[in-house]
Design a protein around this ligand. Structure first.
Ligand SMILES: [Zn+2]
Length: 140
């Protein structure tokens, strides 16, 4: 007896989910671009800031507030760029933006990035357009 291949297992898993009405979309993995950081005096400029809210389909102000809060500093938008007070390293942006994506964008049930945030009463929910799951979120 031979064991089923990884591909075979994946196919079965997908079939099982499809039978329950859950669609797995291929090639939907979201990869965030590398932050383009620049320092001027005591300020940190994230040059490609606007790429992130676009990719994550979130309000730029929300993403900015999240970053500013986590970096414990003040921030402002300047066109496509975001300006932070103090010298922040590139790695911090990478970590925080990925955390924002994990906690506030990706569906915890199926992993799809096709989600939207919805406010129901006082709860902030993450509604998945791929599988329909509604989850509560920490960051928004
Ligand atoms: Zn989902």
């Amino acid at each position: 007896m031979t064991l089923p291949s990884y591909e075979e297992l994946l196919k079965r898993l997908r079939k099982g989910l499809e039978e329950r009405g859950i669609k797995i979309q291929k090639g939907q993995r979201l990869t965030l671009p590398e932050p383009q950081v620049l320092w001027i005096g005591n300020k940190t400029i994230l040059r490609n800031f606007s790429d992130y809210p676009k990719l994550l389909r979130r309000d730029p102000n929300r993403v900015l507030i999240f970053l500013a809060k986590e970096l414990a500093t003040a921030a402002s938008l300047d066109g496509e760029r975001a300006i932070f007070i103090g010298r922040k390293d590139k790695q911090s942006f990478t970590v925080l933006l990925n955390r924002y994506m994990q906690e506030g964008v990706l569906c915890p049930v199926c992993g799809s990035p096709d989600t939207k945030s919805e406010k129901v009463k006082r709860l902030q929910l993450l509604v998945c357009e791929a599988c329909g799951a509604k989850s509560s979120v920490k960051v928004m």
